[in-house]
Design a protein around this ligand. Structure first.
Ligand SMILES: Cc1cc2nc3c(=O)[nH]c(=O)nc-3n(C[C@H](O)[C@H](O)[C@H](O)COP(=O)(O)O)c2cc1C
Length: 205
């Protein structure tokens, strides 16, 4: 029987707690350096637009949040905060602003400019960059834990602050919906396979 992608990673790394995606949706490249595992996580991540009701294990959520904690930030100012939305009550409030594709867990990632480093040369505040790194750590670790996920940015932050007043002192940077993909509807979209070629992305000087 064909083994699913993440169970094959688990075989390689001897990590047994990873769950499995139903299948891999793209080719698996054999990389020359490192353990291969990290590149495989990058290859297997995709934006999931529909989740089923299977809950997310607390132990996986803890691992994901800890990965967010490890994120670097400009001058180590750590201006990011994460709200874990998982109770039925909180999810219902959040879904009045965005349906979040019915994910059983949504992480709200916020930050405060006042707590972030400001670059002297041009006055640019690093808060949003720092928050994006935290969100990226969360997203990739969720993938590593065998969980489908979706970075959501198309929402009105002021409405989230209104629906969940616990967030009101922060800028809401983004949402990460986490869970298990709904059969069929939770598969990758066409956009997942559309990337510019390296020659267009990279300019070597
Ligand atoms: C910063 C950011 C914001 C995004 N916001 C949304 C969003 O609000 N709604 C949505 O459907 N997809 C959103 N996406 C998902 C992108 O559309 C998706 O990453 C892209 O189409 C590539 O597909 P893939 O993630 O499956 O590889 C967002 C992705 C990123 C990185």
């Amino acid at each position: 029987m064909k083994k699913s992608f993440l169970s094959r990673i688990s075989d390689i790394t001897k990590v047994s707690h990873r769950a499995n995606f139903s299948d891999v949706h793209q080719k698996i490249t054999k990389y020359k350096y490192g353990s291969d595992a990290f590149m495989r996580i990058l290859e297997s991540r995709y934006s999931c637009h529909s989740f089923d009701s299977t809950p997310v294990q607390d132990s996986k959520l803890e691992m994901i949040l800890d990965a967010g904690r490890m994120a670097p930030s400009a001058m180590n100012m750590q201006p990011t905060r994460i709200w874990v939305v998982k109770s039925e009550e909180a999810l219902a409030k959040l879904r009045t602003v965005h349906p979040c594709y019915n994910a059983p867990v949504v992480l709200i990632v916020g930050c405060r400019n006042e707590e972030a480093w400001v670059r002297e040369s041009d006055g640019i505040n690093a808060a949003k960059t720092d928050a994006a790194i935290v969100l990226t750590h969360l997203m990739l670790t969720a993938t590593d834990a065998g969980l489908a996920n979706m970075w959501i940015w198309d929402f009105d932050p002021s409405k989230i602050r209104e629906a969940l007043p616990e967030t009101r002192e922060h800028g809401i940077y983004g949402l990460l919906a986490i869970g298990h993909p709904a059969a069929g509807a939770g598969d990758p979209t066409k956009l997942h396979s559309e990337r510019k070629p390296l020659e267009e992305l990279v300019i070597t000087l």
